[in-house]
Ligand binder design. Structure first.
Ligand code: FAD
Length: 481
């Protein structure tokens, strides 16, 4: 049985995305000394996050087990960052020209519903997605036609209220029935960034090092195992640490390479687009139109924000996906090499003409199903970035962490909801090393985040949003908790 070591070990976390920020916060909550290195000026500044994925229902191609894992992990995340969640449902439509049928989705939805009921029974605080009986609801054509005649509801209270704008606006000839409403919520990137930053600011045992780029890591023969070299304001400095957490996002492989650690992984560059629909005066759910990934009929995702703003994904190569946008690691390097044109986009932004072309294509892709949306306008900055996927299966969605050395963890989340499973796995390792008492394993309810003031979260989220040149509506939620 490991004994708790007497001198406090020093933990370095490299990368302040959702993975690094959350693990730094988690470990400081359980009493460890943490230094969080982030090369950028603010936290959670990487690729976008807009869906919670509470059940993985956006992915028909993944296993039921992955969906069940995503459900449990999402519930954990809602409990951890309640103010970052947009509590609006999602409506899933299967197009008439799709090879699948809505009925094919039912066995999995029933499994998810039963699992949700089980999780609530285990701990009533898990009831964060509404009643388990309402986890999903089916709407046949006659119900949709009847709801089409109802006036829209500004603040939807009942499940049916959410279907009204869908019924009024989508081309009912282009979708199969039933439509499926599911309690798949939104996740707000700016509010997540704000919640993480405001919480970390309160932790005296977490040193938050923004604008600090880690440039080298060496294994040391001393008691402290890692010598971290970093650059800040042009100066190079070094510091020794006992445990290293690599949370560098799509650059995780770069740190692996510095240490000579092998790892197979994929990296994919993708983008979502922002549009404004002036004529829209109603409250929308998220709407998903299924389609085969990578073909011109790839899935369309219509994600609402207040003020008539919509974030759009189109899983075609001319919208969200890119030709040569998916790359893999090699025998010589754990870092998949993205083409320069993608790295330029990440580091220096896009050309206005490309933004316009791709956003227009995204608008048209959605307008195929929601004709009135054709009038939406282009907002001049997409949300984009590269994400890593451990292993070689590009459809993997539930992944968390891997260890090479006893004192080295690689965060490899694919979806934000996996961060607390990742925190559990790292905590388990730290218990084995005797860094913390085993009683902290699986801890969830920390006062720091839950005590944050919602107005303060909004204010800081807005300042981040302005700094990053996005409309402030993207910090707002359709439904707050
Ligand atoms: C278009 C798109 C849409 C997506 N939508 C969703 C969604 O709806 N829901 C969802 O859950 N997920 C979504 N994802 C995936 C999600 O964005 C990623 O899984 C998530 O951001 C990964 O978080 P991370 O903390 O691991 O990495 P990142 O957010 O990339 O953070 C890594 C950080 O490390 C820093 N860093 C790197 N190297 C160094 C260094 N040497 N020194 C210091 N700092 C360094 C970087 O600056 C960065 O801030 C989407 C991804 C894309 C591309």
């Amino acid at each position: 049985m490991p004994e708790v070591v007497s001198e406090k070990p020093k933990i370095a976390v490299v990368g302040g995305g959702i993975a690094g920020s959350t693990i730094a916060l988690y470990l400081s909550e359980i009493g460890l000394n943490v230094s969080l290195f982030e090369k950028g000026p603010s936290l959670v500044n990487g690729p976008p996050i807009c869906h919670l994925h509470a059940g993985g229902n956006l992915y028909r191609d993944i296993s039921d087990q992955q969906c069940l894992t995503l459900l449990k992990e999402s519930i954990d995340l809602v409990r951890f960052y309640p103010n970052a969640v947009d509590y609006r449902p999602t409506v899933i439509a299967v197009p008439t020209d799709d090879s699948g049928r809505p009925q094919d989705l039912l066995p999995r939805l029933k499994k998810l519903q039963a699992e949700y009921a089980k999780l609530i029974k285990y701990d009533p605080r898990n009831k964060v997605l509404g009643e388990s009986a309402d986890y999903f609801k089916l709407y046949d054509r006659s119900q949709v036609e009847a709801l089409k005649e109802q006036p829209t509801v500004e603040k939807p209270l009942h499940l049916d209220d959410w279907i009204i704008p869908v019924a009024k606006n989508i081309d009912l000839e282009k979708v199969q029935f039933p439509l499926i409403m599911v309690q798949e919520y939104g996740l707000n990137l700016f509010r997540l960034a704000s919640s993480a930053r405001l919480s970390l600011d309160q932790k005296e045992n977490c040193q938050l090092l923004l604008n600090h780029k880690v440039t080298d890591i060496a294994k040391s023969a001393e008691k402290s195992r890692w010598l971290v070299t970093y650059q800040h304001e042009g100066r190079i400095q070094h510091e020794a640490f006992d445990f290293l957490i690599n949370a560098a996002g799509f650059k995780t492989g770069k740190l692996d390479d510095l240490l000579g650690f092998k790892r197979e992984r994929l990296v994919e560059f993708k983008a979502a687009y922002v549009s404004r629909w002036d004529e829209c005066k109603t409250t929308w759910p998220e709407v998903i139109f299924f389609g085969e990934r990578g073909t011109p009929k790839g899935m369309a995702q219509f994600t609402p924000y207040p003020g008539g703003y919509f974030q759009l994904h189109g899983m075609t190569k001319s919208i969200t996906l890119f030709e040569e946008g998916l790359v893999r690691s090699s025998a010589h390097s754990a870092q998949p090499q993205l083409d320069r044109k993608f790295l330029d986009k990440i580091d220096n932004e896009w050309t206005p003409s490309e933004v316009k072309t791709r956003t227009r294509l995204a608008i048209n892709h959605v307008a195929h199903y929601i004709p009135a949306f054709e009038k939406a306008s282009v907002v001049p900055k997409p949300l984009y970035g590269a994400q890593q996927i451990p292993g070689r299966d590009a459809s993997l969605r539930a992944a968390d962490v891997s260890f090479v050395d006893d004192h080295y963890a690689r965060c490899e989340i694919v979806k934000a909801s996996s961060v607390l499973s990742m925190a559990d796995a790292i905590t388990k390792q730290l218990i084995t090393l005797g860094y913390v008492d085993k009683g902290v394993y699986g801890k969830r309810d920390f006062a720091t985040v839950s005590r944050l003031d919602d107005k303060q979260i909004s204010r800081y989220a807005e300042s981040l949003c302005r700094e990053r040149n996005y409309p402030v509506s993207l910090t707002q939620r359709t439904v707050a908790n």
